[in-house]
Design a protein. Structure first.
Ligand code: HGA
Length: 616
């Protein structure tokens, strides 16, 4: 959510901080700011703005801040409205702090600090951190240990970066239930450094241009960086060793590469991304091995899937796939609900958490809960080394590459691909999936990238459909069976980026309520793939038509019946039922994209949203 970057070295900090913040802006974008220790004495210099990074850049153009060390932040407000005074960094005494997360005991800390004479200027929970550190520095000038003592008083979640005017080349960072890593620069290590330098960031994409060598902080860790040195300590201030890691994602993968929006680029990356998912899984002729995965399938009585948002929709599809192909019972839970309903978890359960970023706070908390109650744990995520991978016993990576657009596309279809692969893997081991059927599915998977390329070629035609319904204020999405969650996801995508009110329903549920909404102004997107239930979908279409609704049908190539019932028709190649959700998702992504683009919304950074929801 909020993005954090810090730099200390020989170069001017502000351009590096702004470059990093631009790459992080997708995480949160209601305000931004930087803090740079002064090179001429005086307090740490601040520049903060409400709105996007462009506003901060404009303000820094007018009033530049000089110095070779600094911290920057792009905010997604949780405590206090988006405004300049609530924007980070927050300053107290010699200290300035940026923070991602929520300090749950901020009210009592604020009261205590105010009683001791601290003067607060913002409504945020974050400001207490700055005052606590400043207060601790009055007892002992060791900056790192002051943050250790301050952090020990916090409850909640935080990734923090702090600077101190008294040690102007030093940044202290702390991580507790929110992502943070160090980036190591300097000659021979960094991508472009000629002198000693180091970084801290909430997301590797912020620093990838400058270094690929990172140190992942563990929960509870704190770190001190100077241009020449870094050290990591645990929550008690005792030194700990954390390994270095080389990041293989190229900076180009996080650029728009000529596409108008990241979302459009990521939609077009799906053929490649799905190939990568399969390569990573070890797909054989009639089996999927997942080298390194060891699940005792015979001991697994049930799978409990935990996820939020788009990943939750992938989980719903995964449930049908695994139950269908492996005959293992599966339950799906919204991660944010799971731990608050005193769930029944047994040691024979496998808890499977799904999250693109692997940083989704609700999903991490739910998986921890399941683990604590004795379940085996497995995670599916996209980002290597993410927090979820450290909570789960085992991890499957989707290898979709960086997803920058807030609205998820390639992360979803690669999750669906992973669900098919996992269902094949499990089905072969429970003995319910024959080699012949597995081979047909594997062959079908191999054909998907080419099918998706063909669907992407229909983007212009889908734009025409979106243009025809451009005035719509509401939209209904209907699907059956495996395509019911696709309808949910289609509706989510449309509302996220176009702000058109959209609802997804199981087709059979329409007559139990949603049909009351249907009129001549209401486009109804119907997933009408051939297969079981097709006849019933046709009946649903008739019901919509009878009420004057406008039908956009997503149907199977070669279907000559449906054209007479639909106002607009989008055809999808005929593939095995298990693979239909992947293909059916593509036109819905394009439809949402074109609706939003025609309306002129901020497609990649839709209002009120942020990528990677690291607060509960
Ligand atoms: N609680 C802080 C930081 C918000 C955050 O981490 N969002 O993801 C604030 O409201 O400023």
């Amino acid at each position: 959510m909020c993005g954090i970057i810090g730099y200390t070295g020989a170069r001017s900090a502000v351009p590096l901080l702004l470059g990093g913040l631009r790459r992080l802006e997708y995480r949160g974008y209601d305000s931004a700011g930087v803090a740079v220790p002064s090179t001429t004495g005086g307090p740490v210099q601040l520049s903060r703005c409400q709105g996007k990074i462009a506003a901060l850049e404009a303000s820094l153009d007018k009033a530049p801040l000089a110095g070779p060390c600094g911290i920057g932040h792009t905010r997604w407000a949780t405590h206090g409205k988006p405004s300049e005074v609530n924007a980070h960094p927050h300053r107290a005494g010699d200290v300035a702090v940026v923070h991602n997360g929520i300090i749950e005991n901020h009210a009592e800390l604020r009261a205590r600090l105010q009683a001791a004479g601290s003067h607060f200027t913002s409504e945020t929970d974050t400001e207490v951190i700055a005052h606590l550190v400043a207060h601790e520095l009055t007892k002992d000038s060791d900056f790192l240990q002051a943050v250790v003592r301050a952090a020990a008083q916090l409850e909640g979640a935080w990734a923090i970066a702090a600077v101190n005017q008294k040690q102007p080349d030093t940044i202290v960072a702390a991580r507790h239930s929110a992502p943070l890593l160090l980036g190591l620069g300097g000659p021979g290590v960094g991508e472009d450094s000629t002198a000693a330098e180091n970084f801290v960031a909430s997301d590797v994409s912020a620093i990838l241009q400058h270094t690929r060598v990172v140190v992942d902080l563990e929960d509870g860790d704190l770190a001190r960086i100077t241009p020449n040195h870094y050290e990591v300590v645990d929550a008690h201030g005792k030194p700990v060793q954390r390994p270095r890691r080389r990041v293989e994602w190229s900076p180009a993968a996080a650029e728009k590469q000529g596409f108008r929006h990241y979302m459009l680029k990521e939609i077009h990356e799906q053929p490649r991304a799905i190939r990568e998912t399969m390569l990573g899984a070890g797909v054989g002729a009639d089996d999927v091995r997942f080298d390194g995965l060891s699940l005792d399938v015979s001991a697994c009585a049930r799978i409990v899937m935990l996820a939020c948002g788009t990943s939750f929709h992938a989980a719903l599809i995964g449930r049908s796939l695994i139950e269908g192909l492996a005959r293992i019972p599966v339950e799906v839970d919204i991660a944010s609900e799971f731990r608050y309903r005193d769930p029944i978890v047994r040691t024979t359960d496998l808890a499977l958490a799904i999250s693109q970023s692997g940083e989704t706070a609700d999903t991490i908390a739910a998986l921890k809960e399941a683990k604590q109650r004795g379940a085996q744990t497995l995670a599916i995520c996209n980002v290597l080394g993410a927090s979820l991978s450290r909570v789960a016993d085992q991890v499957l990576y989707t290898h979709a590459g960086p997803e920058i657009s807030v609205a998820s596309t390639k992360a979803f279809t690669t999750q669906l691909t992973m669900m098919v692969l996992l269902a094949i893997h499990l089905g072969r081991r429970t003995g319910h999936l024959t080699a012949e059927r597995a081979k047909a599915l594997v062959d079908g998977l191999q054909d998907l990238p080419a099918h998706i390329d063909n669907l992407l070629a229909a983007s212009a035609a889908i734009r025409i459909v979106a243009r025809r319904h451009q005035g719509a204020r509401d939209c209904l999405f209907l699907g059956r069976g495996l395509c019911y969650p696709v309808a949910l996801e289609g509706a989510l995508k449309l509302k996220e980026i176009s702000y058109i009110h959209a609802e997804g329903h199981a087709s059979g549920e329409m007559k139990h309520g949603p049909i009351a909404l249907v009129d001549g102004n209401m486009p109804v997107v119907v997933l009408a793939q051939r297969g079981p239930g097709y006849g019933k979908v046709l009946s649903n279409l008739e019901e919509v038509r009878a009420r004057g609704g406008k039908i956009i049908a997503v149907a199977t190539l070669g279907d000559h019946t449906i054209g007479d019932l639909a106002d607009d028709l989008i055809l999808v190649p005929d593939v095995a039922g298990e693979l239909q959700p992947i293909l059916a998702s593509i036109p819905l992504q394009l439809l949402a994209y074109h609706f939003a683009d025609l309306k002129g919304t901020d497609v990649d950074q839709p209002r009120n949203l942020a990528k990677s929801v690291t607060v509960e």
